[in-house]
Design a protein around this ligand. Sequence first.
Ligand code: ATP
Ligand code: MG
Length: 349
Amino acid sequence: MKNIILTGDRPSGKLHIGHYVGSLKRRVELQNSGKFDKIYVMIADAQALTDNFDNPDKVRANITEVALDYMACGIDPAKSTIFVQSHVAELTELTFYYMNLVTLARLERNPTVKAELKQKNFELSIPMGFLTYPVSQTADITAFKANTVPVGEDQLPMLEQAREIVRSFNGLYGETLIEPKAVLPENKACLRLPGTDGMAKMSKSLGNCIYLSDSADEIKRKVMGMYTDPNHIKVTDPGDTEHNPTFIYLEAFSTQEHFAKYLPEYANLDELKAHYQRGGLVDLNVKKFLNAVMQEILEPIRLRREELAKDIPAVWDMLYKGSEEARKVAAANLADVKKAMKIDYFADR
Ligand code: ATP
Ligand code: MG
């Protein structure tokens, strides 16, 4: 069996540091590991339209932004195929066939979809397109025979749904599709990075993000304004590090070297945490350190991004080439699906 990756993001906004630790960083490592036969990175514009159908300009503009974010982080079009979902019409056709294999009740049980419906106030009037996006995600994954999908934790129910559809399909029509597995970040803090406001998830749709493209000043302003422990009122009060996003970010981003360079009074994060927990450590000092760490990580990404942004037509050329290549692969796999389903009537004409 070939080792194939399919992964992607919705162009509903620029990418943020949650994407970076939740999936982007891992993708770049996997890309450079040489262990994969093919890597497809999809900009999921059709999926973004399921809850932004009234704002196509936003989706269109963010395709460029996401492509720039990818390349700035090290996704290399020479090694990975970056493509735009809507260009690959075969994905829509697959979705239509897979819909027969899923019940409405099953879609409504998906915990991530449930939470998103609530967040978007869609509960009373659910757009069909939005409710069925896990089915379209199954099409995205299986169209490329991907066995590996690097994602954040919120995507686990989607992978479970994909595996169920694959099993139903193969059971009914014979072994055709590959069952994919999710690859999650190893660091627990990166599974679902919280927002700067302390909300459970940093999310483009919630406006609580530090973006990969933020200027040094914006990063500083956002870090300095972060939610911490609301009960840590006096410096001497004991503080909570577990639900405190400043410490969760340090868990996700800081290294021993950062301590040696910017905060040598502490050997490591455990020592800093212990001080905060027993009281006597002011939030400002934690934030100053976090700001130094974030600036160091984000500066090279931002500089590369600025360089790439000087030639937007080249970005679209790259996307076009990737999308054409993806379309060929998806068409070949769709042909296998149609054959298995006995609807390949004109295949030999
Ligand atoms: P939206 O609010 O439009 O859904 P989003 O910020 O959730 O946007 P997506 O494009 O839906 O971003 O997610 C792309 C990938 O990034 C998925 O694999 C998802 O699990 C991961 N991801 C998104 N947000 C986070 C986060 N806060 N922490 C870790 N991973 C994340
Ligand atoms: Mg999302």
